[in-house]
Each structure stands twice: as structure tokens, then as C-alpha cells.
Design a protein around this ligand. Structure first.
Ligand code: UDX
Length: 440
């Protein structure tokens, strides 16, 4: 089956490569010529484990190709997946200009029944909007159906998430379109992955509600962490005790510096905005967003307090990406933290295994270190912001010798407080009592 995936960003590229691996004949389209030229040479513009291998394999086996020419790609396809960006507007709502452009092109090139699939996270009602635009171009009796098929991919494990999802959501009122979608995803059907078949609006809301709920879990545990600090409790034990209740579950209960990335902040703002547009205030989500901003600020206060003020000091910062296994820095708490440290007069020396290139463009007064040890060398404190594996087992003796003062501020709770004290560090983490170094 011929499939066209419009947009070769994160979602589009992963979707295209995985559908090709399911045996579909996929063409990926993007208007960015340099990107398409690169993709034709198998140069992957994003950092995602396993993606390059999958793209290379499916290109070699002639199931995956790339073009900037949208018209012919639409005309040849049975299903057109829309995976273009939906950036946040200043008021938090999603900007749909790229979706509109693609819908217009589909309408202009409609030459027979087609399934138009939204993969991007789009506000409820976008399905209807696309339908209207396509009809305007192609006429009232044009044969097509709009399907919402939201993605639930996590950066860093996107291929795994696509190939082994918890569920596949297909929203459409057209049975022929649903059957085509089930055909496209038949390898997952055979693997007994549950399918949720619904109306378009319902499918669109499933995506927002899922991300909003996960963001709520994170803000919730971050508030529990704040309360734990007041009470002298240990948030990690609280989270474990809560998570063992099957109804709660252990995932997304890790306290930290606040959630970031391309989805949670944007989707939480968008669902709040959608509710407002429909005369409702989604009060929990408003609080979730407020708590997330407050959590980032709280981390900065924590660093200032632990160091006795960072002005004139050198602070080592480990991790810049919004989470490990990605070079993505969008809405990363690390950016707020580094900016605040710079504004407070600190010298920042940082290391991240993947995201330094992006950050070099932002700051010219920050030192970028080769590794964690170089970031710690001569620093007054070391702050762990992103829990990359290579920061989990640092050589503590070596670190202690390098640091001017043995102070570690661990915003991801990856070390054990009592072990850090025994290793000779003053240690501050999130939602757990700080420990003082035990001098040997
Ligand atoms: C998320 C969703 O998980 C995915 O289903 C959706 O399609 C896109 O958004 P992603 O943004 O890639 O994926 O990362 P995720 O692993 O969910 O983490 C998001 C943010 O929450 C990160 O900043 C992470 O550090 C933070 N987080 C996550 C926590 O602070 N605590 C947790 O317990 C979990």
C-alpha cells in the first residue's frame, strides 16, 4: 500500500520509517530541501536511537523514499499522514498553519478515495477543519475520510514505542478508512496490541488527555517532594509506596526539576486553552502548569541556598536536554537553571552527551566541558539536571578531588544521600533530607 507522510520531523520520520518496516511503500515529504537531500543520503537530522538503521534498511529495500514534491506523493498514496509541526502560539493554543497548508494541497491533488490521517497532536475539531478545507478544494462529492491516529512516542524510545505500543487509537466515522488503518497496522493487530476505535474528536481528546494526565502525575509528585522537604520525609519512598498500588502505578512519579520537552508543556497548555474556548476552565491543568513553572524556580532557589549564593562562583551543570537519550532542549528545565545562574553572576561549566551543540548557539559565556569531570574541575558545586546514564556512576573520589567544594545538588535523585555523605559530599536532592559530608 502506498503511503505519504508529510513532515519529516520527529513524528513524521519515525512514523514513515516504522510503516515502511511494516511493509508499506512510504514516501516522506518535506518542504525543507536540505533536509530531504540529507535524508536521501541517510543523514538523520535528529538524535533517536535505532532510527538511522531503520531508515537505511527500508531505503535499501526500496520501501522508503523522500521528496520535496508533495503533489505527486499525494496523488499516488492511498493514505496521507499529516505529521507537520503544531507550534504553540503565545496564548498556548496550537498554531495549525502547516496543517492547513497540507490539507489545501491534499484537496488540490485528490484523485480518488484517500484516507487523511492526523498524526500530529491537534486540537479537537481539527479533523472537521481538514475535512472542510479538502472539500473546499476538491468539491462536495470528493471521496476521502479524515482519521485521527495520535502518536504516543517518547523521544529516545520512539521506535520501540511505535513497534510495541500500549494501544493504537483510530478515530474516524468512515468504516472504509478504519479498515485501511487496520490493514496498515496489521502487524500490531497480529501482536495483540489493543485498538481503540472511536470518533475523530474522541481520538483527538485521548491524546491530549493522556499527556495532560501524565504531566499531572509529575506535577503532583513534585508537590509531594516539596511537602516531603518540609516534613523531613523521603519522596522516593512515598512514590514507591504509592506506585505499588496497581490503581496508581509506579511510572511518572519521579520528582525532578519540572517536565519539559515538545509535548507535555505544549499539550498541557493546549488542553487548558481548548477548555477555555469551550467555556470551561480546566482548573487541574492550570495548577499543573503553575506547579511546573514553580518547580523550575524552586530548583534555582535550592541551588542558591545550597551554595550560599552563586554570584562569582563556578557551577558545574550536568545535563542540558529535557531528558536523557535526546539532544532536544525544548522547554528543558536546564535552560531556565543555566539562565538563572548566569543572571545571578555565576560562571557555568556544563556537559551533556548530546545537547551541547544546540546550547552553544544560546550562550557564549558558558564553558562546554568534554565530560562530567571537566565540568566539575574547580567548581564550587556540581548540579545534576538530566539523568543521563553516564552521570549515574561517576567516580566519586575523582569528583571530590576536582571540585573546589564537595557539594552535589542532584535534581534527579540518582544518588543515595547516605552513601554521598559517606563518600565525603554535602548532598542536596529533591524531596529528601539533605546530607552533610562525613569526613574520613
Ligand atoms: C511524552 C509522552 O511520554 C509521549 O507519550 C508523548 O507522545 C510525547 O510526550 P517525551 O516528551 O518524549 O514523551 O518524554 P517523557 O519521557 O514522557 O518525559 C517528559 C518530561 O517529563 C521530561 O522532562 C522528563 O524528565 C519529565 N518526567 C517524566 C519527570 O520529571 N518525571 C517522571 O516521572 C517522568
Amino acid at each position: 500500500m502506498k503511503i505519504c507522510v508529510v513532515g519529516t520531523g520527529y513524528v513524521g520520520l519515525v512514523t514513515g520509517a516504522c510503516l515502511a518496516d511494516f511493509g508499506m511503500d512510504v514516501v516522506g515529504v518535506d518542504k525543507d530541501e536540505a533536509k530531504i537531500e540529507g535524508l536521501k543520503r541517510c543523514e538523520i537530522p535528529i538524535y533517536e536511537p535505532g532510527l538511522e538503521t531503520l531508515v537505511r534498511k527500508n531505503m535499501k529495500e526500496n520501501r522508503l523514499s523522500f521528496t520535496t514534491d508533495l503533489g505527486p506523493a499525494i496523488r499516488e498514496a492511498v493514505a496521507v499522514f499529516i505529521a507537520v509541526g503544531t507550534p504553540s502560539r503565545p496564548d498556548g493554543s496550537a498554531d495549525l498553519k502547516f496543517v492547513r497548508q497540507v490539507a489545501t494541497s491534499i484537496g488540490e491533488n485528490l484523485n480518488g478515495y484517500k484516507v487523511i490521517v492526523t498524526k500530529s497532536t491537534v486540537p479537537t475539531g481539527t479533523g472537521k477543519l481538514i475535512e472542510g478545507i479538502v472539500r473546499e478544494q476538491a468539491g462536495d462529492d470528493a471521496a476521502f475520510a479524515v482519521v485521527s491516529n495520535p502518536e504516543f512516542l517518547r523521544e529516545g524510545s520512539a521506535i520501540e514505542d511505535f513497534m510495541h505500543p500500549n494501544r493504537v487509537v483510530v478515530g474516524s466515522s468512515d468504516q472504509r478508512a478504519i479498515d485501511i488503518m487496520l490493514d496498515i497496522y496489521s502487524p500490531l493487530g497480529r501482536a495483540n496490541v489493543p485498538f481503540v476505535i472511536s470518533g475523530v474528536e474522541t481520538a483527538e481528546l485521548i491524546k491530549y488527555a493522556s499527556n495532560a494526565f501524565l504531566a499531572t502525575k509529575i506535577s503532583f509528585i513534585n508537590e509531594v517532594a516539596r511537602l516531603s522537604e518540609r516534613l523531613g520525609a523521603d519522596v522516593e519512598k512515598v512514590a514507591r509506596g504509592m506506585g505499588l498500588d496497581n490503581r496508581i502505578g509506579p511510572k511518572f512519579l519521579h520528582p525532578g526539576p519540572g517536565f519539559g520537552g515538545s509535548c507535555f508543556p505544549k499539550d498541557s497548555r493546549a488542553i487548558t486553552q481548548i477548555a477555555q474556548e469551550h467555556g470551561m476552565s480546566f482548573r487541574i491543568m492550570e495548577a499543573v502548569l503553575e506547579v511546573n513553572d514553580a518547580t523550575k524556580r524552586r530548583m534555582i532557589r535550592k541551588i542558591e541556598q545550597a551554595t550560599g549564593g552563586t554570584a562569582g562562583k563556578t557551577i558545574g551543570v550536568l545535563g542540558l536536554s529535557f531528558k536523557p537519550q535526546t539532544d532536544d532542549i525544548r522547554e528543558s528545565a536546564a535552560l531556565d537553571i543555566v539562565d538563572a545562574l548566569r543572571a545571578n553572576g555565576a560562571k557555568v561549566r556544563t556537559h551533556d552527551p548530546a545537547a551541547m551543540e544546540e546550547c552553544r548557539k544560546l550562550w557564549d559565556d558558558v564553558d562546554f566541558a568534554e565530560d562530567a569531570y571537566q565540568a566539575a574541575d574547580g567548581a564550587d558545586a556540581l548540579v545534576i539536571v538530566t539523568e543521563w546514564n553516564e552521570f549515574r556512576a561517576l567516580d566519586l573520589d575523582r569528583l571530590k578531588k576536582l571540585l573546589k567544594r564537595p557539594l552535589i545538588i542532584d535534581l534527579r535523585n540518582i544518588y543515595d544521600p547516605s552513601k554521598m555523605a559517606a563518600a565525603g559530599f554535602d548532598y542536596v536532592s529533591v524531596g529528601r533530607p539533605a546530607t552533610k559530608r562525613v569526613d574520613s
